[in-house]
Write a protein that binds this ligand. Structure first.
Ligand code: HEC
Length: 137
């Protein structure tokens, strides 16, 4: 292969690598879009920040609220209600790791919602909470 051929191949490999990297890296905004799209498909409005804040700070039949471990305004560290282990801030502006991986966010939503609501959160509930978390600066 001539020099240009290799350069083209290298260019194509770079573009592929970059787009694969971009496809893997989630952000709070696209995790939110993902939940909003799921809610929309179910015919429900989602992404309401006022509703998200109130959801986060209310009990839902069980003893705990989301705020019980994460704090009422989760811009600072929280503390696990049982183990007292420190929980890093949940608001993405205060913790760059947050909502950078949709499968991690899903895993914890599933687990925490079961503790707080005795069921999984709906896509609309997740979108409301995340929309509110994104507004915290
Ligand atoms: C009993 C304590 C507890 C309660 C109650 C709780 N959480 Fe959590 N939450 C945790 C822990 C522990 C983690 C994982 C450790 C970490 O990521 O810092 C976590 C992580 C998360 C994450 C992962 C975000 C990411 O991308 O890293 C989300 C989302 C979340 N919680 C949402 C909620 C919501 C919504 C509620 C209310 C329905 C809630 N949590 C209630 C303890 C709790």
């Amino acid at each position: 292969m001539d020099k240009n051929g290799w350069a083209r191949r290298l260019g194509a490999a770079l573009v592929l690598g970059l787009s694969a990297g971009l496809a893997l890296a989630d952000s709070p905004a696209n995790v939110l879009d993902n939940y909003k799209a799921q809610a929309k498909a179910a015919g429900v409005s989602a992404g309401d920040t006022v509703r998200g804040q109130s959801f986060f700070n209310s009990t839902h039949g069980n003893e705990w609220k989301c705020a019980s471990c994460h704090g009422a305004v989760p811009t600072g560290k929280g503390e696990h209600a049982i183990t007292h282990k420190v929980i890093e801030p949940l608001a993405p502006a205060f913790n760059a790791q947050r909502f950078s991986d949709v499968s991690k966010a899903d895993k914890w939503f599933r687990r925490n919602c079961k503790d707080v609501l005795a069921r999984e959160c709906s896509a609309a509930e997740k979108a409301d909470v995340l929309a509110w978390l994104i507004t915290l600066k």
